[in-house]
Design a protein around this ligand. Structure first.
Ligand code: PMT
Length: 406
């Protein structure tokens, strides 16, 4: 049996300070801390005294590999720990951020380990507000949020939903997985090699209507395209994801455009591609669609209907400009020879050829991993080992980065 490779840790070698302030959502910071560590980060936690009552420092000490600090006067805390935590941070993320903590951050008040560390750091900062909807709508809170935004702080959320009071409204902290996505985006935008670049990615299989309930489609789940979008976001790019499938949670920062058919995908690509640095067509786009979609469900009549098909327009072949164009080739036979023809025919910089025959259950549609051969326009080729789709995405982005002006 082939061992499934795990994905590269997107926050490897990164140090994140998680600031936790007093809110009922503080219990979710346990999950944020755990998820950040799972992404490879060393997490330090700075709690306000109020946060310590909602989510005790003791629990964080069992979850993270960094320091956990709450009391500025504790004798076991090294002096100047806030300076040390701030100095070594790659990102400072306050989640949940209460109204009081937002106000203190906006004003530059340093009266707790959290607010002192915020003052002591030059790392990029993100906040995930959490409070009652009326509090969030309050002019004072709005002004503080705007002040932080104007200073370059990334504001993640809040989301609309059920609040601690039981009422619905805008004030709920975004989910832990989104806070982690925001942290990855924040670090990428600050230090990633693709910051200031714009990448358009397509994902999923298109559906071409036969009638209101049936379609011509394929087995693409979107996983390969999602991995490219996520990896490009992690490396700092502004990413537009044009997809037929619902992306998984955690895509914070990625602009998502849902489409269904090849024609809709083409319109979305054409609209978004101007000024873009790279286009990665991971979507499995229908080559043929029914000439006409029946207005009502086709009834069983005793004789099978004949469905006339016509060719769809080739999306990637029609894109012009100075951008890096990357295609995928899904083949069931003669992988390299068939993929090679598409590089030329579609005007690609390179193509990522993957075998989608049933023979290899680790590669192609719906799998976590993919085994691909990359074929360049100039005739070069590289066969990659079986990799997690996130790592295939990183290899693709390495090649794109090489082709872009720095
Ligand atoms: O989504 P997953 O389940 O993770 O599966 C991933 C994948 C197998 C779908 C993906 O890795 C992949 O191979 N995608 C391309 C599938 C495909 O449509 O291949 P193709 O050989 O038919 O097309 C070649 C290229 O032209 C593709 O980049 C395609 O997006 C593009 N194309 C195709 C038709 C068309 N009308 N317009 C296009 O731009």
């Amino acid at each position: 049996m082939v061992e499934t490779p795990s994905p590269a840790a997107p926050l490897r070698d990164k140090r994140v300070v998680l600031g936790v302030s007093g809110s009922i959502a503080a219990y979710k910071a346990f999950e944020i801390a755990r998820r950040l560590e799972d992404c490879g980060a060393v997490v330090d936690v700075a709690l306000t005294p109020n946060a310590d009552r909602f989510a005790p420092a003791f629990t964080f000490r069992n979850l993270v590999s960094g320091d956990v600090a709450v009391d500025m006067w504790a004798t076991d805390v090294i002096s100047e720990l806030h300076v040390e935590m701030g100095r070594r941070a790659d990102a400072f993320v306050v989640a949940p951020a209460s109204a009081t903590t937002l106000a203190k951050l906006a004003q530059g008040i340093g009266d707790s380990m959290l607010t002192l560390t915020a003052l002591a750091t030059t790392a990029p900062i993100a906040v995930a507000p959490a409070m009652d909807a009326r509090m969030y709508a309050n002019a004072a809170v709005q002004q503080n949020v705007e002040k932080l935004r104007a200073r370059g702080v990334l504001v993640a959320g809040p989301a609309r939903g059920r609040l601690a009071s039981g009422r619905e409204g805008l004030g709920r902290m975004v989910e832990p997985v989104e806070v982690v996505g925001a942290t990855r985006a924040l670090i990428g935008r600050h230090a990633g090699d693709l910051r200031s670049k714009h990448v358009v990615v397509t994902a999923g299989g298109t559906r071409e209507a036969i009638d209101p309930v049936r379609f011509v489609g394929n087995h693409s789940t979107g996983k390969m395209g999602f991995a490219v979008a996520e990896a490009a976001r992690d490396r700092g790019a502004a990413v537009t994801l044009i997809t037929t499938q619902e992306p998984p949670p955690g895509m914070f920062g990625v602009v998502i455009r849902r489409v269904t058919s090849a024609a809709e995908m083409k319109a979305a690509v054409d609209e978004r591609v101007a000024g873009t640095d790279a286009l990665v067509m991971a979507a499995a786009v229908a080559d043929y669609r029914p000439v006409e979609a029946a207005e009502q469900k086709i009834k069983k009549s005793g004789s099978a209907p004949t469905i006339a098909l016509e060719e769809t327009a080739d999306i990637v072949a029609g894109v012009e400009g100075k951008l890096v164009k990357v295609g995928f080739a899904a083949e069931t036979e003669d992988l390299v020879a068939n993929a090679r023809k598409k590089v030329e025919a579609k005007g690609l910089d390179f193509i990522v050829a993957n075998d989608v025959s049933e023979a290899d259950a680790n590669s192609g549609f719906g799998t976590e991993t993919n085994q691909v051969t990359v074929l360049d326009r100039d005739g070069g080729s590289e066969q990659l080992p079986l990799l997690h789709k996130y790592d295939v995405a990183l290899r693709i982005l390495d090649r794109i980065a090489e082709r872009l002006p720095s």
